[in-house]
Ligand binder design. Structure first.
Ligand SMILES: C[S@@+](CC[C@H](N)C(=O)[O-])C[C@H]1O[C@@H](n2cnc3c(N)ncnc32)[C@H](O)[C@@H]1O
Length: 230
């Protein structure tokens, strides 16, 4: 059924353009992508062997491929065709046939209700404004099995509003020193994307019908949340 005219178009890139082949080509270098780190994350999340997982905003696919080493099927979902092409190449190199790419977003993916054991997303959820994060969480909740788990890692602010300048400048300084991103790119994230406060994200997740099992914040801007569908 087509969406009404007021529905958010989540196939549109907001902020940094992850459809741009130049950005995609340098993504793993800029981000220090590590399959080893993603495998460690999968070991921590411990999805049931032979379970069904979906990785949203999968980017170049390192986490999706690490999940596919254990799960029966992994839906690798992203709005960027350029990113999905890299994910598919990574899966092909690994000889995986259980990775199902889907060009879609949090508000447009197609998965059967109650089909997932695990939904994951890293550094992608902030592309939606908070109102639409709530709508997306309702969709994720519907796609998970009862007791299924949601893992979100993202840029979230744990400061008071008065602390925003220090938090943002501290992050920009760290990113330009330690990663391949420029000041302009990090500023674009803060200005044009929709990273929110930790308490808003946690509230949204709980209101969507999840129980938060764990929330950690590293004291800068990186937050990580594990929740269970009630
Ligand atoms: C910063 S990258 C993160 C990629 C990967 N998850 C990682 O940790 O390296 C953000 C990704 O989210 C995707 N994205 C942007 N908006 C999205 C949306 N509404 N739904 C799903 N994915 C989206 C982008 O195309 C991009 O691949």
């Amino acid at each position: 059924m087509p969406h009404p005219d007021w529905y958010y178009d989540d196939l549109r890139q907001v902020g940094l353009d992850f459809e741009d082949p130049t950005l995609v080509e340098r993504y793993d270098r800029a981000q220090n992508t590590s399959l080893k780190a993603e495998r460690a994350l999968v070991a921590r999340l411990a999805p049931p062997r032979g379970g069904i997982a979906a990785e949203f905003g999968c980017g170049t696919g390192a986490l999706a491929v690490a999940l596919a080493e254990l799960c029966e099927t992994v839906h690798a979902i992203d709005i960027s065709a350029s990113m999905l092409a890299v994910t598919e190449r990574r899966a092909a190199r690994a000889g995986q046939r259980n990775l199902a790419p889907q060009r879609a977003g949090f508000l447009s993916f197609a998965l059967p209700d109650a089909s997932l054991d695990l939904a994951t997303s890293k550094y992608a959820f902030h592309h939606l404004p908070d109102f639409w994060k709530a709508a997306a969480l309702a969709r994720l909740h519907r796609a998970l099995k009862p007791g299924g788990r949601l893992y979100l890692a993202d840029v979230v602010f744990a400061c008071e509003p008065a602390g925003i300048p220090a938090a943002v400048e501290g992050w920009i300084g760290w990113m330009t020193r330690e990663t391949g991103y420029s000041r302009d790119e990090v500023a674009t994230h803060v200005r044009d994307e929709h990273s929110t406060f930790d308490w808003i994200l946690q509230g949204l997740v709980e209101r969507a019908g999840f129980r938060i099992l764990d929330f950690t914040h590293d004291g800068t801007v990186y937050g990580e949340l594990l929740a269970e569908k009630l």
